[in-house]
Design a protein. Structure first.
Length: 175
């Protein structure tokens, strides 16, 4: 297993090199979105509306951060169960999403879409949201503010520790 230090802007380009079990320190722009946001994003796609962020090459973190304590950019920011986004993920991958970050196994349809689109699924450590927040240097709500913690946020990661859960060859930690 290899270790990589990757900027999120290069994830689409570098994902063919990544293999299941590799360690990644991810830096750069990452967007949060959970089930409610995914439902709205898919509805926007179906209506031909402009999305809150460009899907092409994007990284989405399945997280609903807590409010930021004084002097910090974000509160606890651990991953949520990824399978809740499985109904939406294949379409988003087909539209250019390059990377998903969460925890737990994915459906066969998501695995197929990861392979088809040469994307990657990275796993974050559950139960360590306060520790994960130390690797986030900025947080801005960019869409669906009324969803509270489930709004879409633009985060800046700095060496956020992840493990390749599913690679674009179909290798999976969950098989």
């Amino acid at each position: 297993m290899a270790e990589y230090r990757i900027d999120s802007s290069l994830i689409a380009e570098l994902s063919p090199e990544l293999r299941c079990g590799d360690r990644v320190l991810l830096s750069g722009t990452v967007y949060t979105a959970r089930d409610a946001a995914h439902k709205r994003i898919v509805a926007m796609l179906e209506k031909g509306e402009t999305l809150p962020f460009e899907l092409e090459g994007a990284c989405v973190y399945y997280a609903g951060p807590t409010p930021a304590p004084p002097g910090l950019p974000i509160g606890s920011c651990g991953p949520t169960t990824s399978s809740r986004m499985d109904p939406y993920a294949p379409l988003l991958l087909d539209k250019g999403l390059a990377c998903m970050i969460g925890k737990g196994p994915r459906s066969e349809k998501v695995l197929d879409a990861i392979v088809r689109n040469k994307a990657v699924y990275l796993c974050a450590i559950g139960g360590a949201g306060a520790l994960a927040a130390q690797c986030i240097t900025s947080c801005d709500v960019i869409a669906f503010e009324e969803l509270g913690c489930e709004s879409v946020k633009r985060l800046t990661f700095k060496d956020f520790p992840l493990i390749v859960g599913i690679d674009c060859q179909g290798g999976s930690l969950f098989s």
